[in-house]
Design a protein around this ligand. Sequence first.
Ligand code: GAP
Length: 438
Amino acid sequence: MTNKKNQDLMDKLVSLCKRKGFIFQSSEIYGGINSCWDYGPLGVELKNNIKQNWWKSMTQFRDDIEGLDASILMHPSVWITSGHVESFADPMVDCKSCKMRFRADEISGKKCPNCGGELTEARQFNLMFKTHMGPVEDEASVVYLRPETAQGIYVNFLNVLAPSRQKLPFGIAQIGKAFRNEISPGNFIFRSREFEQMEMQFFIHPNEDEKWIEYWKEERMKWYLSLGIKKENLRFHQHDKKELAFYAKTAYDIEYNFPFDWKEIEGVHNRTDYDLSRHTQATGKDLSYFNDQTKERFIPYIIETSAGVDRTMLVCLVDAYYEEWVLNEERTVLRLDPKIAPIKAGIYPLVKRDNMPEVAKKIEDKLRPHFKVFYDEGGAIGRRYRRQDEAGTPFGITVDSQTLQDETVTLRERDSMEQVRVKIDDLVTILNKKIWGV
Ligand code: GAP
C-alpha cells in the first residue's frame, strides 16, 4: 500500500520527468487528457533504448526468433475469435452519489472509496476501444484498436514460418502500441489507455510446455537484471485459477516493488493451442505444424512473454532514482544503466575562454557518430554535472587547462563522482567498454 514516503517519491519522480523532459501529460495546454502520456526528448531516448535492447536480445542475439510489425487495426472477426469481444472485460461499479467509477475487484467493502456512497451492482465493461473504418459509422464498419499485439502474430504464423524456414520451437517477436479503455488508469505511466507492448510468442510441441515456460520465466527475469534492476525489487507471482486470463493454462507475472505496491510488469503465459485452434476453426485455414522428421502434425502450443514498454520504463526510473548528500548539498541522481541512459556523456569546457569551448566542440564532433552526447558550457561546472546527474547521464568529459597542453580530459563517473584523466584519442574505446562492455 502507498504510504506518505512512497507517495512523495512518486511525486518527485513525476516532477523530475516533467522538468527534465522525460514525460509530459498529453495535451497539457488543453488541461491534459487522463491516462495518456507524451515522451519528451530524454523520455523517447530512454524508451527507444529499452525497446532496442529487448529487440536485440530477442531477435539479433538468437537465431530462433523472427521479428514482425503487424498493423494496429485488424479484421474485427479476429477479436471475436480470440475471445476478446466476449471476455476481455473488467467488473465495474459506479457510485450512486459522486458518480465515480471503480473496478469492482480493486476495492474492498461495499461502499464508495471516495465518498462512502452506495455502489451499483457490478457489471462487465469491455476494455476494447471501438472505432469505424471508412466513411459510414454503422455496425458493419466497427473495428477495434488492438488491446494486445499478440493476435497480429498468431494470424501471421504461417506467413512468418514459410519464408523464415524456421522449425519448432521458434518464436515471433513484436513491439507495438496497444489500447485498453481501463476503468481505473493511474500511477503515472503504470496503467494508461494507450501503451506499448513488447511481446514474443514461442511456438512449441504441446508436450514441452512445462519446460519452455520455466525457460522463458528465467530468461525474462535475467533481462530485467541485465538492465541493472535490483534483484530484491523483482519477483514472480503465479496466477491462481481466479486470476488466470481466459486464454491461459498457467501464467506467471514478473512483479516489481513499485512505491505503490508490488505490481505486474510482464506476463509469461502458457496459452496452449487456444489461439491457433480458434483461428483455424474460424477461418478454415489450417494453422497446424508438420514435423517432417517425426511425421507428426499438431497445433503448436504457445508460450508468450508479454512486457510493457512503459512499465519497464517506470521500473528503470524508480529503481534508478536516488537523493543523496554530497559536500553539504543534496544531489538527485538517476543511476540508469549506461546501456539505456538517454545521453551517454556530457561534454564541458571548464571555462568559456582560452580555446576550451573549441576543443570541447571538437570532442563532441568526434563522439557524436558513436554516442548520444550533450555539450554544455553554461554555469559553474558543479551545476552542469548536477544537471546531467538528474538526467541519468553516466559520464562527464571536462576540458581544462591541462587539456590544452597534453590532449587529455577528465572523465567523471556519475555514480561514484570519481574523475580520471584520459587521452582524447582513447575516449571512444573507453566509453564503448564502459557502456557496452566491449
Ligand atoms: N498478450 C498478453 C497480454 O496482453 P497482459 O498481462 O494483459 O497480457 C501484458 O499485458 C503487459 O502489458 C503487462 O504486464 C503490462 O506491462 C502491459 N500493460 C497491460 N495493460 C497496460 C496498461 N493499461 N498500461 C500500461 N501497460 C499495460
